[in-house]
Structures are given as structure tokens and as C-alpha cells.
Design a protein around this ligand. Sequence first.
Ligand SMILES: Cc1cc2nc3c(=O)[nH]c(=O)nc-3n(C[C@H](O)[C@H](O)[C@H](O)COP(=O)(O)OP(=O)(O)OC[C@H]3O[C@@H](n4cnc5c(N)ncnc54)[C@H](O)[C@@H]3O)c2cc1C
Length: 513
Amino acid sequence: MAKHEHVRVAVIGSGFGGLGAAVRLRREGITDFVVLERAGSVGGTWRDNSYPGCACDVPSHLYSFSFAPNPDWPRTFSGRRHIRAYLERVTDTFGLRPHIRLDHEVRLMRWIADEAHWKIETSRGIVTADVVVSATGALSDPKVPDVPGLDSFPGKVFHSARWDHDYDTRGKRVAVVGTGASAIQIVPALQPGVARLTLFQRTPPWVLPRTDRAITAAERWLHRKVPVTGAARRRLLWGIRELQVQAFTKWPQELGLVERLAKANIARAVKDPALRAALTPSYRIGCKRILLSSTYYPALARPNVDVVASGLAEVRGSTVVAAGGTSQTGGSGGGTEAEVDAIVFGTGFHVTDLPIAERVVGADGITLAEAWKDGMESLRGATAVGFPNWMTVVGPNTGLGNSSMILMIEAQLNYLADYLRTLGSLGAGASLTPKPAAVDAWNHRVQERMKRTVWSTGGCSSWYLDARGRNTTLWPGTTTEFRRATRAVDLGEYDVVHAPTATTRTPRKESVR
Ligand SMILES: Cc1cc2nc3c(=O)[nH]c(=O)nc-3n(C[C@H](O)[C@H](O)[C@H](O)COP(=O)(O)OP(=O)(O)OC[C@H]3O[C@@H](n4cnc5c(N)ncnc54)[C@H](O)[C@@H]3O)c2cc1C
């Protein structure tokens, strides 16, 4: 029989979610675990997104683990380099390296009921685990639209999350497709060096000024010497965002004032009325993610930029063709067609159709993708019907529109810790699967609350929504509410199954109250 490693817990992914889970496991006294990572280093989002200008939209002191404060953040909003370095430091500080298996892509994981474990096929062989913690990220697999003619484009093509640093964009004619969070960082970084930049904008984003500044040496000294000041700073940043989310989720009609600030941001940089009109969204602010930049609009107003107010419809040779839109140029020329040397897709990720879901086969022999064919659904953002001892970090309805994902990840780690404690108390060979009724009740509550949020009422179509128009990505409340909802496992929401090899030959299913 083939020999392979068996562990209590297999964590998949080494971004904030996977590394956070690893730290939490060690703190729970669990050392029998591995972290399987497909890439050659840790860091997730902050390793993969190396595009020019890549930075965080949440202040550094909030976008970091509460258990690993960094008094030395150099700027109020960190660039990817510093966040990536932070994650490398966390990996060392908490002794995670011996657990991490780099270049181990998980290809398939299958629940083996008789053994009460997961059989995980990786690119480097098989691992079995009692529990899987899937932390593969919601914004981790790039999405490139199926554009007719793209295959025969003679120039360079890449996605923002797979930047080709061997390609020099200086002096080139570059098309940027998309105006989401990545694109609005890329455009001002590329604009000064390129010959011409053609931006394809299907829907304009709302963009507020970015109040980024260097954190002074005195501030850093204070945070180092008196750590409570760093914690206070974090708490203040968190509190402001907790208030903001109330507006998104309860009082979207009150967001008009914020729209005025965003319009002033356009007016300050863009003098051409036609371009201004093309850049002004017609939906309520917050419906799509609010973006932060003080350089985006000034870049669009430069003479070497064309804003095409529609999507990319087709590529004909080296010509990119817009979907019947009009062109608003920051300078001269322009049209709905442009000849370019390179196309950069800032078109986001597979969010509501997570590729990892194709690779998980549960107790009923179906994949998670099949189980979720009508939309992603989980219990408390973590566990899924038919998938015993399997948990996801940053699962359905755990995303945030305005605050730090690290807050949600840490709440999910509390749930993970209690899940493992509960499972441990049930004896060897036990597994936990959420009851369909519990999952239904949870999702019903989430979707009821979703109805009055700006994401449902704001009049936009965003990547938060799935193919059926349901918001299965965002949490419609405060981070405090989510933390409360995930503090502990309610065993009444789960079925407990004991593997036949562990107790009796027939699998026993009990409902525990
Ligand atoms: C450009 C960009 C900017 C962002 N800015 C912000 C921000 O300002 N604020 C905010 O709160 N959030 C932001 N986010 C969201 C960000 O993704 C989360 O904050 C957080 O980093 C997610 O961590 P994660 O561990 O869940 O996922 P990731 O960081 O995506 O990590 C997932 C890991 O899983 C690995 N993996 C995937 N599939 C497999 C497999 N089959 N086998 C093995 N390994 C696998 C990947 O290689 C990756 O390392 C941003 C995202 C992007 C892309």
C-alpha cells in the first residue's frame, strides 16, 4: 500500500487566511498539520498581485493581524511589498515554516467516509487529513473575459494578478480593460511612461481621495515603546468603519453626502465636461466597492489617455474594438477602436464560481461546485452541507465592502478553533456536517438582511452578485456582529457521524442538541 503523510488538519493556501489558521492551530496546541500552497512562497494576494501601484485600501494598522501588530508600518496605507514582507515575518515569528509545503497544488480532495478523513491529491503526492481548512482565497484565480479575436492578438496580454515584469510598457500603446480596484491603481502607475493608454470602462467606479501619508518616525517610536497606542489606533480605524457599514447596510439613502465628496474628487482633476460625465457613476455610492485614489482622475485627464466608456468587445489583429461605446479622451484623438501593443486585464477574479469548489468531492460523491450550482451557501461562512470536517476561510457571505478582511478572517479562526475542540470531544472517527435546515436558516437571515443594503438597492450590477443576481459574497452587517455569530460552534446545527471503523460497521448518524 502506498505510504503517505496523514495529519490532523490540512490547511490549503498561505495567504492571510491560511497563515492565520496555522497560527491559530499552534495556539490551540495542534502541531499535527500542514499548509499546502500551490505557489513557491507564502503571501497569497500580496505575492500574486505585483502590478505597478498595487496597494491596500484599508489602513495598515487595521489590515494586519491583531495578534501580530506591526509598529513599523511606514505608511498609513501599505503597498504590497510591505504587506508581503509582513506575512513572511509572521511565518517566521510563529514558527510556521516546518508546516508549509510550497509548490503543492491541491488537485482534488475526496471525503473517505469509512476512514473519516480527506484524501488530498496534490501536485507532489497524496496527503490525508481528518479536517480540511480551505483558505484558497476569494480573489485568487484571475478572470479574463472571453473576447473574440484575443487569441490572435500579436502583442502582449496579461491579467493584473499575473503581471509580466519582463515586458517593458514604457513607450508602448497599452489597453487597460476594467476600472475596478486593481485597474485604478495600475492606470496612474503606467500613464506617465506609456505612449498611449486606452482605458475600457464598462461602468465608472466611485473614487474617493486616498489620504495616504508617511507614518512619522515619532509615531512609530511611540507604537514601539507604548504598544497600547498602536492598539488604540487600530481600534479607532475599526470603529470608524463599523459606523460606515451601518450606512451601507441600513441607511443607503444617506450616502448622498459621500457622493458629493466623490464628485468633487472628479471635478478637481477633470475639467473636460464630457470626460467628467463619462466618469460619473449613475448608481448609489457603495453599491460597488468604493475605491480610493488621488492620482486616478489626474492620470485620466492627461493627453496620452483615452477613456472608452464601454467594454472591450473584440480584438482584430492588433486593434482593440469597444462595444459600441463612445470615447471620451483626456486629450486629443481617440475613437472606439485603437491599435495597441499590449492588453492588461484588470477584470477581477472568479469569486462566485470558485475554482477550488470543482476540486472538492464530499460525502455524497458530488463536488462542491455541483452542490453550489444554484449559488454558494454555507453555515456561518464556514461549513457546507455534505462536506464533513471541511471548512472554508473567507467563505460565502464573509466579504466586506469597506473594512479589513483580516477582521473577518480572525472571526472565522475563532469558529475553526471551537469546531476542532468540539470535534475532538466527540472521539476518534467523528465528523461534523452542518444540517441543511441550519444552513437554510442562516442563509435566509443573511439574504433578508441583504435586501435593504446598498449592494441590493444601489442600482448597480457588481462582482458581489452571482449569476442569479444573489449576493453570496458580502456580509450584510458589522464585523462585531459576524464575530459574535462565529464565536462558538452550536452543535445543534450539526450532524455528527462516527466512521464505521471507529465504532460500529454501519455509519451512525446522530443529531445532537
Ligand atoms: C489587488 C487586491 C487588493 C486587495 N485589497 C484589499 C484591501 O484593501 N482590503 C481588504 O480587506 N482586502 C483586500 N483584498 C482582498 C484580499 O484578498 C484579502 O484581504 C486577503 O488577502 C485574502 O486572504 P486569503 O488567505 O483568503 O486569500 P489569498 O491571499 O488569495 O490566498 C489564497 C492562497 O491559496 C493558494 N491556493 C489557491 N488554490 C490552491 C490550490 N488548489 N492548492 C494550493 N494552494 C492554493 C493561493 O496560491 C494563495 O496563496 C485585496 C485583494 C486583491 C486581489
